[in-house]
Design a protein around this ligand. Structure first.
Ligand SMILES: C[S@@+](CC[C@H](N)C(=O)[O-])C[C@H]1O[C@@H](n2cnc3c(N)ncnc32)[C@H](O)[C@@H]1O
Length: 295
């Protein structure tokens, strides 16, 4: 299910309609822009939902109609409204240890076979692409610590990227409401969070975990200023917004950045397609591996 199939929690059902017209041409222009710049796949059937998401942005920005809203988006590549558009059309929903089987694969396929080499200083690079508010990369960091408590002294880094600077600010702050940490296994809580204060309304991810993660803003549709190879790439529940050719190109770019034996994990409703499907071997549920021996 994509974000655009679900009603936004803040969406009032009786949103005043029709006060600003949203023509087929307006929708086509927004859809073409969102596809060209961000790979988003907006079908005509989503026109009403796109309207209800974007009418709020028109009100907020004071744009009198959709044509002037589009002019604003298209006219300035650095317009902060571009990020607001992405936020309005996608979701940041995530949680700790989401699709937990992928973290087990990280341990079994990537970490455990290389313990000695990692202890001897071998490099390990992991990428959380579309990391949202940070729960995914911090779950990776906890997984690493669980197996290798000496990780901070090793050559191990997690790159965590997202297109949305506001969500990255939350990720860097690393403070989560207590009810959002329910997915964290009990035995990892002491490791993951600063001294547990029972009853505290928020929990701060521990400094040792935060030290492993580097956050950066990155639109997956543009060039990637990243240096591979990566031993594992998680890009989960991001490509659901993209059309099939865009997805296939994305998988291929990830496959090219994987080290031999490297692991690619994608979202539960996503499927590997295009050339990457021939280049990578299945390693688990929505998990794939580049053939060859790990370094
Ligand atoms: C549903 S969250 C997925 C978070 C996490 N990977 C997970 O599976 O729980 C999708 C994230 O993808 C990001 N995103 C959407 N389009 C993107 C793009 N073109 N480039 C980079 N990130 C994008 C959104 O900002 C959002 O934070």
């Amino acid at each position: 299910m994509t974000a655009l199939h679900r009603a936004h929690p803040a969406e009032e059902p009786d949103e005043p309609r029709g006060e600003i017209p949203f023509t087929k041409a307006d929708f086509a222009r927004i859809a073409a822009f969102a596809h060209r710049e961000y790979g988003l796949n907006l079908q005509e059937a989503k026109k009403d939902l796109v309207y209800s998401r974007l009418i709020k942005r028109l009100r907020k920005t004071g744009c009198p109609d959709f044509a002037s809203y589009c002019d604003q988006l298209e006219g300035d590549p650095n317009s902060p409204e571009r990020v607001e558009l992405i936020s309005a059309l996608t979701t940041n929903v995530t949680h700790f240890f989401r699709e937990e089987h992928h973290f087990r694969l990280l341990t079994e396929l990537i970490l455990k076979p290389r313990l000695d080499k990692l202890r001897a200083g071998q490099r390990l690079r992991i990428w959380s692409a579309g990391c949202s508010a940070g729960q995914e990369p911090y779950s990776m960091a906890a997984t690493i610590f669980d197996t290798l408590p000496e990780a901070p002294r090793m050559n191990i880094r997690i790159l965590a990227t997202d297109i949305d600077p506001a969500i990255l600010a939350k990720a860097r702050a690393a403070q989560y409401p207590a009810d959002e940490i329910k997915g964290v296994p009990d035995r990892l809580r002491g490791l993951m969070f600063e001294r547990d204060s029972p009853g505290a309304s928020t929990q701060q991810v521990s400094a040792r975990l935060r030290g492993l993660v580097h956050f950066a803003e990155l639109n997956l549709m543009t060039d990637w200023p990243v240096r591979g190879p990566f031993d594992a790439i998680f890009c989960r529940n991001v490509a659901i917004y993209f059309d099939k050719p865009t997805q296939a190109r994305l998988w291929q770019r990830f496959a090219a950045l994987l080290a031999p034996g490297g692991l690619l994990c994608i979202g539960h409703s996503e499927r590997l397609s295009g050339p990457a499907a021939d280049q990578l071997a299945t390693a688990g549920i929505t998990a794939y591996r580049r053939p060859g021996a790990a370094p």
